[in-house]
Ligand binder design. Structure first.
Ligand SMILES: C[S@@+](CC[C@H](N)C(=O)[O-])C[C@H]1O[C@@H](n2cnc3c(N)ncnc32)[C@H](O)[C@@H]1O
Length: 221
């Protein structure tokens, strides 16, 4: 209940960045965590926009014993919540210093090394196109060669919003769609349709074989 109350409060106070009035359900969280697998020693996992930790709990349930998990959360109230859970939730406490909470925008994240798996819970359709392009470029630039990026969008949300929006909003949504398509093109290795979520969502999984392969922010829009 406390978790839902915090989420609702942040939805009202920070609508654009929070993007949802409830934490993601189990089905969506599981789909986002799908590529956290025991494939190599020292797997590095990054979760972007963990909120109150719905997806984090699914990642942690799959996290190999030698893996590390970095969480990047822009909202200080959510970052504090997660740090508290590191103390009192046995599943998170068990990770010790293998889990780190960074309270900053992902575009400002300064860490050494690349990640094998990146899971993003960011509400991309809420942002300006240049912010979306910059976020997608940031995410792909943090990805190790052969690593996987998983992110979601609510099904048909751009189409539905465009119907009730003016021309400026329609243009914004079209540019976001182009930026997302640019990342998906030729790189999407799997897609999950999650109907048991309110609202239903697509989860996209993309993989880039090397850094040359990655799209740049200027490519889209
Ligand atoms: C839709 S909520 C998802 C929360 C959680 N992953 C879930 O599924 O319940 C989006 C989260 O992304 C965070 N966020 C938004 N923009 C961000 C950014 N640029 N960098 C890091 N976190 C961001 C918000 O504060 C919020 O916690």
């Amino acid at each position: 209940m406390r978790e839902h109350r915090l989420f609702w409060r942040e939805f009202r106070e920070n609508f654009t960045t929070t993007g949802a009035f409830l934490p993601s359900g189990k089905a969506l969280s599981r789909a986002l965590a799908r590529f956290v697998r025991n494939e190599k020693t020292g797997l590095r996992v990054l979760e972007v926009g963990p909120g109150t930790g719905s997806v984090t709990r699914q990642i942690v349930a799959r996290l190999p014993a030698t893996a590390t998990l970095d969480l990047v959360e822009a909202n200080p109230a959510f970052a504090d919540w997660l740090r508290q859970r590191q103390q009192d939730d046995p599943r998170l406490a068990a990770l010790g210093d293998r889990m780190t909470v960074h309270n900053c925008y992902v575009q400002e994240l300064a860490v050494g090394g690349k990640y094998d798996v990146i899971v993003s819970g960011l509400p991309l359709n809420n942002f300006a196109p240049d912010v979306v392009r910059s976020i997608l470029t940031t995410l792909t630039s943090h990805l190790a060669p052969g690593g996987t990026l998983s992110f979601f969008e609510y099904i048909a949300v751009r189409r539905l919003r465009a119907i009730v929006s003016g021309s400026q909003q329609r243009r914004r949504l079209r540019e976001i769609g182009e930026a997302i398509d640019n990342v998906l093109a030729g790189h999407e290795i799997a897609r999950d349709r999650v109907l048991q979520n309110a609202p239903p969502a697509w989860v996209h999984h993309v993989r880039f074989s090397d850094s040359v392969d990655k799209p740049h922010s200027g490519d889209a829009g």
